[in-house]
Design a protein around this ligand. Sequence first.
Ligand SMILES: Nc1ncnc2c1ncn2[C@@H]1O[C@H](COP(=O)(O)OP(=O)(O)OP(=O)(O)O)[C@@H](O)[C@H]1O
Ligand SMILES: [Mg+2]
Length: 277
Amino acid sequence: MSEQRAPAPIADEPAVALSGVCKRFGDREVIHDVTLAIPRGRITALLGPSGSGKSTLLGFVTGLVRPNAGQVRVLGEDVFALPRRGLLALRRRMGMLFQDNALFQSLSVVDNVAFPLLRVARRPAPEAKSRALALLEQVGLGGLHDRRPDQLSGGQQKRVALARALALEPELVLFDEPTSGLDPQTSAAIDALLRETQGRLGTTFIAITHDIVSAAAIADHVGLLVDGRLRAFGTRGAVWASTDPAVRAFLDRVPAGAGEAPAAPAPPPTGSGDLEL
Ligand SMILES: Nc1ncnc2c1ncn2[C@@H]1O[C@H](COP(=O)(O)OP(=O)(O)OP(=O)(O)O)[C@@H](O)[C@H]1O
Ligand SMILES: [Mg+2]
């Protein structure tokens, strides 16, 4: 009897593996020959300046941006070789936190978290609600479940988005700029929550960010993209110790273009209060 079985997972296959990936928009190549392997069960931060290609890279992982060359493997699947149904099934194994949280403003906090359980997993309403309440408790929002998202602070909304992203027990969670728009203390609290949650669940987290402080606080592994090229990839310690000038310029916050011409020294204060423009 021939029974069709899914291929056995390769235990230490990376969560995400890109090999020789290139992407052009029109005649501009914005991702140049990127090869990397993001380990499972860790937090990886993909850092890079604005326009360096971080969101495009995230688009490869979700299957929304098709590369012009190269292969994208996510959770053991060749993303762009999958039929549509296979891609949808793969996406269900991923959770996503959007930069603006993408919460449903007309739904209460608990209904936001219960939404994927009801609509995607088709769980019965009482079960979805009790699981959503438990998730809210885990992200430190017990007691706020009846509010609407606009009655919460930015940090609290991020917690709701995390609870919702975890609802279907994803194997991989993608974060788009998890701390953007948050003050430093709230950012630190979200960083601590991400670390605690990842440590408890063992899920693979991938965060794209230009927040160096946050990456230093949460990431086990770091990749740095500059102008569509992967300039560094490795453990956080190894990347932070890099002597590559492009890596140093980003991590040491050298102003863009500073290498092209000597920066003019700041003029001494005149004390006159006049502004020369
Ligand atoms: N759909 C598109 N059509 C044309 N160009 C695009 C498209 N998407 C991205 N780009 C270009 O590709 C480059 C990389 O963009 P991307 O959004 O990936 O950068 P990013 O690192 O996420 O930037 P940011 O930190 O500002 O979000 C940019 O020059 C951008 O203008
Ligand atoms: Mg982006």
